[in-house]
Design a protein around this ligand. Structure first.
Ligand SMILES: C[S@@+](CC[C@H](N)C(=O)[O-])C[C@H]1O[C@@H](n2cnc3c(N)ncnc32)[C@H](O)[C@@H]1O
Ligand SMILES: *[C@@H]1O[C@H](CO)[C@@H](O)[C@H](O)[C@H]1NC(C)=O
Ligand SMILES: *[C@@H]1O[C@H](CO)[C@@H](O)[C@H](O)[C@H]1NC(C)=O
Ligand SMILES: *[C@@H]1O[C@H](CO)[C@@H](O)[C@H](O)[C@H]1NC(C)=O
Length: 294
């Protein structure tokens, strides 16, 4: 699988699907006011509406991440994710043993569902299991909600687990075949601990795949990217009324180790890293790192 040459992202731009931001609260003014009301934050709303609003707050956590990824990458993160999934090319070969996947920081489920779709399409694999882990229960709830819109809704192969990716104390040693983390490890307090834990939970022969924002390798693109980053919090304020999260996004990307250093950290955790160790996407705006537990 790793020797196979890396195919370029072939998905046409038109294939990029945008999930509608659901942060907007519904207009309640046209409802008659003789119905029972309740409190939702500082707003007074109908009791029947409250459940929906609570749901919208959950989904706004996830769509906030979607929007941030969209803004930061100009929508291209969806192509990167497709490429990431195809590059891993994971799935039980026909007649082969099913795999155990774990997708960490995978709240929204997009990588998890994408990996299973790929396994099915490429290898007719409908036996492999998937554990979706996220530290944020709201994010995970959103993933469970999105599951209902997929063909896996009645499938007990997928489980959701609130866990810190640095620890994963509910995941046994040597129990997983494929560990993925997409745009999540940057947020770990202790990244090395996260990588060591990934090594622990993978079986010998297991693969780690990491997709993350990285360092731009082209001077001209980097200038433009730096300029873009400077304005991002301002756009964040305008688009999502949220300066700080976008400021944090930029800072966390700047703080994240550069490709060669991150590769060393993966090796430090014990992984064998096939050369060159990573693939730059879009001039290094993002990168895919791969390691194998021998
Ligand atoms: C930007 S989202 C990425 C979601 C999805 N994997 C994607 O690629 O779009 C980052 C996710 O990382 C999760 N996260 C942050 N720190 C984590 C940790 N230490 N352990 C597990 N999940 C974590 C957050 O809750 C959030 O859901
Ligand atoms: C993780 O993300 C949250 C907000 O999304 C932020 O408040 C926190 O400081 C981040 N932690 C690290 C270590 O980057
Ligand atoms: C990827 O980008 C980094 C810096 O941003 C650069 O040093 C490196 O040569 C590039 N590596 C590959 C494998 O393209
Ligand atoms: C980015 O900003 C610098 C000055 O800070 C300017 O010299 C450069 O031309 C800008 N680049 C682009 C592509 O916008």
């Amino acid at each position: 699988m790793l020797r196979q040459s890396i195919r370029r992202s072939a998905a046409p731009l038109s294939k990029i699907t945008r999930s509608a931001p659901s942060t907007q609260l519904r207009c309640l003014s046209d409802l008659s006011n003789d119905q029972k009301t309740t409190h939702f934050g500082s707003k007074t709303v109908l009791e029947s509406e409250k459940e929906k609003l609570v749901g919208q707050v959950f989904s706004s956590v996830a769509s906030k991440y979607d929007i941030m990824n969209d803004v930061m990458s100009l929508g291209v993160h969806r192509l990167w994710k497709d490429h990431f999934i195809r590059k891993l090319d994971a799935g039980a070969r026909p007649g082969g043993r099913p795999l155990d996947f774990i997708d960490v920081a995978g709240g929204s489920g997009d990588i998890a569902f994408g990996l299973l779709d790929h396994a099915k399409a490429r290898f007719q694999d409908d036996k492999s299991t998937m554990t979706v882990v996220d530290i944020n229960p709201d994010m995970l709830k959103e993933g469970e909600k999105r599951l209902l819109d997929t063909k896996y809704k009645n499938d007990d192969r997928i489980s959701f687990l609130v866990q810190n990716g640095e620890v994963l104390d509910q995941i046994e040693d040597n129990s997983k075949d494929v560990y993925t983390v997409s745009f999540g490890i940057r947020n770990f307090t202790n990244i090395q601990a996260g990588l060591n834990t990934a090594y622990r939970v993978l079986k010998p022969g297991g693969i780690i795949g990491i997709l993350e924002f990285s360092k731009v390798d082209n001077t001209v693109v980097d200038l433009a990217y730096q300029n873009w980053s400077k304005f991002l919090p301002v756009f964040g304020q305008a688009i999502a009324n949220d300066f700080d999260s976008y400021q944090y996004l930029v800072e966390s990307i700047q703080k994240f180790p550069k490709q060669e250093d991150f590769k060393s950290m993966i090796q430090e955790a014990g992984f064998y890293v096939p050369e060159p160790g990573y693939e730059n996407l879009t001039f290094g705006v993002a990168a895919i790192h791969i390691g194998i537990k021998l």
